[in-house]
Design a protein around this ligand. Sequence first.
Ligand SMILES: Nc1ncnc2c1ncn2[C@@H]1O[C@H](COP(=O)(O)OP(=O)(O)OP(=O)(O)O)[C@@H](O)[C@H]1O
Ligand SMILES: [Mg+2]
Length: 406
Amino acid sequence: MYAAWTVKHKPASVAEIVGNTEAIKTFSEWIKSWSKGVPKKRAAFLYGPPGVGKTVTVEALAKDLGMELVEKNASDYRTEEAVNRFAGLASQYGSLFGSRRIILLDELDGLTGNADKGGVKAITDIIKTAQCPIVLIANNAYDPRFINLRSYCILIEFKKPAASEVAKHLKRISEREGIQVDENALKFIAQRSEGDVRSAVNDFQALAQGKKRLTYEDVSWLGYRDRQDSIFNLLRMIIYSRTSASAKQAVDMADVDIDMLFEWIYENAPEHLTDPHDLAQAMDALSMADVYRGRIRTTQDWSFIRYVIDYMTAGVAMSRQRSKSAGWTPFKFPSRIQMLSRSKAERAMKLSIGLKIKRKCHISASRASKEFLPYLRIIFKNNAEMADGIAKWLDLDDEMIAYLKG
Ligand SMILES: Nc1ncnc2c1ncn2[C@@H]1O[C@H](COP(=O)(O)OP(=O)(O)OP(=O)(O)O)[C@@H](O)[C@H]1O
Ligand SMILES: [Mg+2]
């Protein structure tokens, strides 16, 4: 039903990858050098933190150069035997169809313990005689297990791209999706991701999908504190908790406003509780939470807050009895908050036009916006010339004019 934007907007060409220009250049030159014969080092070891574009660099470059890419990951090199199964691929350059080949051994960190020692050794042996480029990827190339292996590789470090680079990538996605995003909203998401492009894209999708416009207000409340416990993880912890204690605990760990969290749970629970019975239970729990929220509002007795929290976290988590996994379903921004911020913006606009009218007509701004605005709207929609004159007289700016024209 949903496509993850990390897949949908995965860079198809190296040119679309942000950051790590030097690393990508070194890597690409090494791959290209194979066309002039087997280079001194037959393997490249790309390493660096998660989500910065290591895997996608190899995939995009293979595509750019029209090379065949054979991808292997941890499950393919559990044992020496498993590794040797694809050794043959490395011993000849070029495939059946004549295109040249790259062998990618991704997620080498997945090799664990003694059982895999033979695996690393077998990989080293393949590299020694490889007739095509072998690419290794791990988060940490300096793991002691790789000491011997390392000496056969050129080491290429991938670093976290700067926030401005991450924002560039988000910007491209927003253009493709037709979403208008405030510059500072993009910057905020980018900074918050701390160089993890994958998580930036995921956050961005959850916040922006289905919207026409994303403003700074829509994102700023997410806060900077501990990105790992972002609202999305928090929601996951609450909705998919197996115990009531862990569902409640999630709230303590996070730095979110309880009312805001309520809206997020209310908006997202239906998509994640696929069983109608479970959903009815969850909605019951949320309605109880809301009852106590109401009591707090009227009595200002904040001791009720623990019932609000219990119902909206444990109550929702424990409703999950028969629901099957919803598959990969992104969390959505609460539509009620969206509506509120939209009407808030509209109220602010009306008032600012009211202030302009006040200056000329000597009536209060709120009365002006109530009594004059409807007529102004009719004029601005139907009589451009008269609208022009009024706009000049009242000294309206472009945004106000656009608003009056609808
Ligand atoms: N530098 C980047 N430019 C553009 N998109 C990126 C970049 N880095 C990551 N992405 C996006 O995030 C997804 C995951 O990136 P990738 O698989 O390359 O990360 P990785 O560095 O291999 O991380 P891991 O160490 O977790 O395997 C990509 O499919 C792409 O959508
Ligand atoms: Mg990867």
